[in-house]
Design a protein around this ligand. Structure first.
Ligand code: SAM
Length: 255
């Protein structure tokens, strides 16, 4: 494949490259993994570095960035706890974004996708699969050190509570980043999609400085992307003394 001419690193996540085509935005991550492709994504090189396309139709994180998510994105050197990793489509890109000095602790409870995640981790040295239930974070507590971010995509009605209990246990100094892909169809029929999102935002806003949520249509129908920054002292407990999270550039990723 012909290398793209001008990869522009995102200001707040330099292993993410954004390529503005005339008709669309393309995202690429500088990869730490080895071929073959994980889910049919394209691989290329730019300035001698290996990149693979980060497809918005396959990943809610990619769709959120394409749809101008202005909040935090995993960055080099960080540790992230990833809840609902499935077979690793997005988790592998998060591992690319945190780079060789970062770590992704990828929790999945279903055996079938977990077995694919395990074999993927043989080619992604900073991706650590954990067979576990995100509702019971203490069961994998010994495997996860304090992290800078929690990412969740588990399509459960009580996802917000699950994420907050994990954030409370694992965010370093009870502070850091929380990103949630919300599937409103999994949240019950007692409310519309918009009402579900508003409820989730109200719950999260008590503990998190929220960024504006992003609707992921047409890439992922009925899904929304929520999240932001947990400031020290807002969550109880936590594995170490409070430290302020690194400030993230609010500079827009697309100019
Ligand atoms: N995040 C993945 C990606 O972008 O590549 C897709 C995740 S899929 C929508 C949701 C996954 O969450 C499923 O693989 C499911 O087994 C997992 N899951 C659901 N509930 C869970 C729980 N309580 N603990 C851990 N994993 C869970």
């Amino acid at each position: 494949m012909r290398p793209p001419r001008s990869f522009r690193p995102a200001p707040d996540s330099p292993r993410l490259a954004i390529l503005q085509r005339s008709d669309r935005t393309e995202l690429w991550t500088e990869t730490v993994g080895q071929e073959p492709p994980v889910y049919g994504e394209r691989w290329t090189e730019s300035d001698g570095r290996p990149y693979r396309s980060f497809e918005p139709a396959r990943s809610k994180l990619s769709a959120a960035i394409v749809k101008e998510w202005s909040g935090p994105v995993p960055a080099p050197g960080e540790g992230w706890l990833y809840l609902g990793a499935a077979s690793g489509t997005t988790a592998s890109h998060v591992a690319d974004l945190v780079g060789p000095t970062g770590r992704v602790y990828a929790v999945e409870r279903s055996l079938r996708p977990f077995s694919r995640l395990l074999s993927l981790a043989e080619r992604w040295p900073n991706l650590l699969p954990i067979l576990g239930d995100a509702r019971e974070p203490t069961t994998y507590g010994a495997l996860v050190p304090p992290v800078q971010g929690v990412y969740a995509d588990i399509a459960q009605a009580d996802q917000v509570e699950i994420v907050l209990s994990n954030a409370e246990l694992f965010l370093e100094g009870s502070a850091g980043f929380v990103l949630i892909a919300l599937k409103t169809a999994s949240m019950g029929r007692d409310a519309t999609a918009v009402q579900h999102v508003r409820r989730a935002e109200e719950e999260l806003a008590q503990l998190i400085d929220l960024e504006p949520s992003v609707r992921l249509d047409p890439f992922h129908r009925g899904h929304y992307f929520l999240g932001g920054t947990v400031r020290p002292g807002r969550l109880g407990g936590g594995p170490t003394a409070p430290q302020p999270p690194r400030e993230r550039s609010r500079e827009r990723r697309r100019r």
